[in-house]
Unconditional design. Structure first.
Length: 252
């Protein structure tokens, strides 16, 4: 059995069922003026003359009899599709990702070639022209490899020159333990006193200990597994040195 309730704000009457009114404690919303009112308190009796009532969209939400019937698959196919749903999905382009992956791989290979350009030129001499051409573009140089961990001083001694007073002679043998040629290292010579305290420290560049005809060997470096013997004369008259320390390194 349906009941009739009247909106106190606009006096519009609506027909409702008991379960609709009981669903929210009697609170309903007018379908015309949207006012919320107590539908139970606003019930009216129908006399001999029926009250003109209007359907309420808000009441219809709680009335199973007013829900639209589910569409059949055929009806759904005939129904117009909204514009935003009718838009065609962007096509996936797998070749774009492949191209990006290729560019990333080339960038990584270029970074590795820049970092290890000296080793690559030493292991693959045929690649040196290409590496040098690339370095000309970015302002770098293809030098001989510099691996101090594969370079050692096999022997060294420091003696006074018997012919000249105050002159000492440094003799040393540098050994390249790498399987590729390496650049000549710099040497740090420290003269010490009886308490092993530094008295004089001097850095010898390859040009300082490669003299005369041997200076042309600077560009070729020390051959793989090869050795380089050196002799350097130093003036020690300004120091009272009794010992020494000798290290090799590559300037940064």
């Amino acid at each position: 059995m349906s009941l009739v309730t009247r909106c106190p704000a606009c006096a519009t009457a609506f027909r409702a069922h008991r379960d609709q009114l009981a669903a929210r404690g009697g609170k309903v919303r007018c379908g015309k003026c949207l006012a919320v009112f107590d539908g139970i308190a606003a019930l009216v009796e129908e006399g001999p003359e029926r009250v003109a009532v209007e359907p309420s969209p808000q009441l219809g939400l709680f009335d199973p009899s007013r829900r639209p019937a589910p569409q059949t698959p055929a009806a759904r196919e005939e129904a117009p599709v909204p514009e935003f749903m009718a838009r065609e999905e962007p096509r996936r382009r797998p070749w774009v990702w492949g191209l990006l992956a290729l560019l990333a791989a080339l960038a990584l290979a270029g970074q590795g070639a820049y970092r290890y350009r000296a080793e690559l030129a030493a292991y693959f001499p045929q690649a040196r022209p290409a590496l040098e051409a690339g370095c000309e573009l970015i302002g770098c140089a293809v030098r001989l490899p510099r691996r101090p961990d594969l370079m050692s001083i096999d022997s060294s001694d420091l003696q006074a020159d018997p012919r000249r007073e105050g002159i000492i002679v440094l003799n040393a043998v540098i050994h390249n333990r790498a399987r590729f040629p390496q650049d000549y290292p710099a040497l740090e010579l420290t003269l010490t006193d009886d308490a092993q305290r530094p008295v004089v420290r001097r850095v010898l560049a390859p040009q300082d200990y490669l003299q005369g005809a041997r200076a042309g060997a600077l560009s070729r470096g020390i051959a793989p597994g090869g050795e380089a013997a050196l002799r350097v004369y130093l003036d020690s008259r300004a120091s009272a040195a009794t010992g020494y320390r000798l290290y090799l390194f590559y300037p940064s």
